[in-house]
Design a protein around this ligand. Structure first.
Ligand code: TRP
Length: 344
């Protein structure tokens, strides 16, 4: 059977929790794309080594993220671990020779991260890995001949570089071998910190600025109860904090298929227009909807944690199956570039 679906690929770093900002901004989209495309999603542990990191924690964070992604709805056959497909690094080396130093030094992420790296290591340490990060990312994408890559705007420059590398490679070997990958931007809501709606929901701002997809109920209720709605300044229309609560409520209710929450949201929107919305009511519905959503995630995660061995075996098997695709590409690339292939 031939598979005519387009290939989608994306990667996520094994750092910390998945919060509602990550979920509504990216991971929910990954889940939905699985119905339409042939999807490859990976946890990029090789990329996680580029910044100073804790050697003892990396493997655990990788598995933790696997459990979390599965619990949220990523299918096991779409999901793999980057370091279980070492061909990515082999292709990265080859691409290093098809990518100019100038291109890499112009990457804004390199400039930002080398600054961060310097500050966090206190010894002025900037790894070659952080410089080469986008070339490994190009290998991640091109090795599967991905058509589309769902990422945020911050990754646009990396995608552009992947196309530059693919094009240079194709020109040099005289064959349209690599597919030029497109960036897949999907309109996704930008979720704000409930504690400070002038900021994006993010982990780096501290504990109160994000709501984990696996947080316990009491904590979620407390965070929503203390959500900042109006800052006191007169705003035209809806304040960002209130809009954020509506987004969380509607977004969660849609996933839950909970019509009564959606109806309540529509009614409260009218109340808001008339200036009679009670924020306590909005918060109560929002907290209920989020709790319903995250209870689903937690239940699924508990089931997975009952048999960690089974999950690990499943992901190792999907990684091995996906590796076959990568091996085929590397074999062809070695032929095209004058390298030798090991024949077992
Ligand atoms: N650089 C991406 C990020 O920080 C993660 C990533 C690594 C990635 N390899 C990828 C994303 C391949 C898409 C495709 O978000």
């Amino acid at each position: 059977m031939t598979d005519n679906r387009k290939t989608v690929l994306s990667g996520i770093q094994p750092t910390g929790h998945i919060h509602l900002g990550n979920y509504f901004g990216a991971v929910q989209n990954w889940v939905n794309l699985q119905d339409v495309y042939r999807c490859f999603y990976m946890v990029v542990d090789y990329h996680a080594m580029t910044m100073p990191y804790d050697v003892k924690k990396l493997r655990n964070s990788t598995w933790e993220l696997i459990y979390n992604l599965l619990a949220i709805g990523v299918k096991p056959e779409s999901l793999f671990i980057q370091s279980l497909v070492p061909e990515h690094t082999e292709l990265c080396w080859i691409f290093n020779c098809f990518c100019s130093h100038g291109n890499l030094s112009r990457m804004t992420q390199f400039k930002d991260k080398s600054q961060q790296s310097k500050e966090s290591s206190k010894e002025d340490f900037i790894s070659v890995g952080i410089f080469d990060y986008p070339v490994l990312q190009a290998a991640d994408i091109l090795i599967y001949k991905a058509d589309a890559v769902p990422v945020g705007k911050d990754q646009e420059q990396h995608l552009e570089l992947s196309r530059t590398i693919a094009q240079r490679f194709n020109n040099q070997v005289g064959k349209e071998y690599f597919v030029l990958p497109e960036t897949l931007f999907t309109e996704t809501p930008k979720i704000l910190s409930t504690a400070d709606p002038s900021k994006k929901m993010s982990k780096s701002a501290g504990e109160k600025h994000y709501i984990s997809c696996f947080a316990d109920e009491a904590r979620i209720r407390k965070q929503i109860k203390s959500a900042v709605t109006d800052t006191g300044e007169a705003t035209e229309g809806m304040s960002p904090g209130v809009e954020n609560l509506f987004m969380l409520l509607n977004g969660s209710a849609k996933v839950n298929g909970n019509q009564s929450h959606l109806d309540a949201a529509a009614k409260m929107l009218k109340d808001h227009e008339q200036g009679i919305l009670k924020y306590s009511e909005l918060k109560a519905h929002t907290a209920d909807a989020i709790v319903e959503l995250t209870n689903g995630f937690k239940k699924k995660k508990d089931e997975l944690l009952q048999d960690k061995r089974a999950v690990k075996d499943q992901i190792k098997a999907s990684s091995a199956a996906i590796r076959k695709v990568a091996q085929e590409t590397v074999k062809e690339v070695k032929e095209l570039t004058g390298l030798l292939n090991v024949k077992y």
